[in-house]
Design a binder for this molecule. Structure first.
Ligand code: PLP
Length: 363
């Protein structure tokens, strides 16, 4: 049993306190979108709203974006709160959740906080971090009430295709379990984004936000897509956390969604500049093993020689550069690189990473 009063997330503490650097490859999303580039007029904003179960225009925009009706949408403070509500609405204390491994640690920490027991199924690097439904079948038990996935996968960026999601869905359904798919990185496929997994059946829940693919983390514009029974449950659970959302943020969320094309253009331009730099870096190294993700903002190479701990120490002390050590994903020989930052900074950061790796190899 974990302590509820002393719970915390080592990854989130790292992300908030220690991931920053002049040359930052630790951030997994697109760099911040500036307010001045959104057509916001002061008269469009207001302090207090009237819809206490979600600002109706925001629910409508999110519903339209995802091809569902507004009764299948719950708004939440980022994907983080969306995940919390989705987990809380599908599990009683003592229920079991079957979670991909490696995964985003906040998911398992929140599960523990909620009193769920956590089992894992592996997404193997040797298998391109694919979800193997046969492995899910092997690991599921009669106590499993929820299967948890990230798509794109954090940390590897691997895409789960729809047939695989369907196959996992069938396994869940036959056990009377739900499937939660955190799709916050799927948004980074932009116009090539497949439909959200909630379309695969009422036993699917999807969480997402404008954080990662659009650089709008500060808006905390997150959502859950689920069947209307579950959305009702989540609104009621959310009553325990807050009477209403910050209304100016809801209004800004509507403006951002109405102008998503221009936000998308800037994000795609950034990735188009950074991807070749990443490819060049990956191709130039024979001291890492990696699965090259086709989409998204992250990659998760494995260091062949030396330790990531040493590399991290050297990067920070001499090269003012940060990556995410794979230990935060229980894969200490890997590290995560994010390419959503300023192109000049990202290119220089990758050079510095290469220099540090050279130095490590020579020592
Ligand atoms: C898989 C995953 N889900 C959720 C989040 C948090 O998203 P948000 O900032 O929208 O709360 C992150 C952030 O790193 C993430 O990697």
């Amino acid at each position: 049993m974990v302590s509820r009063t002393h719970i915390g997330s080592p990854y989130m503490q790292f992300a908030k306190l220690r991931s920053g650097a002049k040359y930052n490859l630790a951030t997994s999303g697109i760099m911040s979108y500036p307010l001045r580039e959104l057509p916001v007029r002061l008269e469009d904003l207001e302090i207090c709203g009237t819809d206490l179960y979600g600002h109706a225009p925001l629910l409508e925009r999110i519903a339209r974006l995802n091809g569902v009706t507004p009764d299948r949408v719950v708004t939440a403070a980022g994907t983080s709160m969306a995940n919390h509500l989705a987990l809380a609405a599908t599990l009683e204390p003592g229920d079991e959740a079957l979670v991909e491994q490696p995964t985003y640690e906040l998911l398992t920490t929140t599960l523990q906080y909620l009193g769920a027991s956590v089992r894992y199924f592996e997404r193997r690097m040797e298998d391109d971090f694919r979800v193997d439904p046969a492995e899910v079948e092997r690991q599921i038990t009669p106590r499993t009430r929820l299967i948890v996935l990230t798509n794109l996968h954090n940390p590897s960026g691997a895409l789960i295709d729809e047939p695989t999601l369907r196959a996992v869905g069938e396994i869940a359904k036959s056990r009377n379990a739900y499937v939660l798919v955190d799709e916050v990185y799927l948004e980074a496929l932009y116009e090539r984004r497949p439909r959200p997994a909630v379309h695969l059946g009422d036993h699917f829940l999807v969480t997402s936000s404008l954080t990662k693919a659009f650089g709008l983390s500060g808006l905390r514009c997150g959502w859950i897509l689920a069947n209307p029974d579950l959305t009702r449950r989540m609104w009621h659970i959310n009553d325990l956390y807050g009477v209403n959302a910050a209304h100016p943020a809801e209004l800004l969320g509507v403006i951002a969604l109405d102008n998503l094309d221009r936000v998308t253009e800037r994000a795609k331009k950034l990735l188009a500049a950074n991807r070749p730099a990443l490819e060049e870096f990956l191709r130039s190294r024979d001291d890492i093993q990696y699965v090259r993700p086709e989409f998204g903002t992250i990659v998760f190479p494995r260091l062949r020689h030396g330790t990531v701990e040493e590399l991290d120490r050297l990067l920070r002390s001499k090269y003012e550069t940060s990556v995410v050590p794979g230990a935060y994903f229980d894969m200490p020989q890997n590290f995560r690189i994010g390419i959503g930052g300023d192109p000049l900074m990202t290119r220089e950061a990758l050079h510095r990473l290469a220099s540090a790796m050279n130095e490590l190899r020579a020592s």
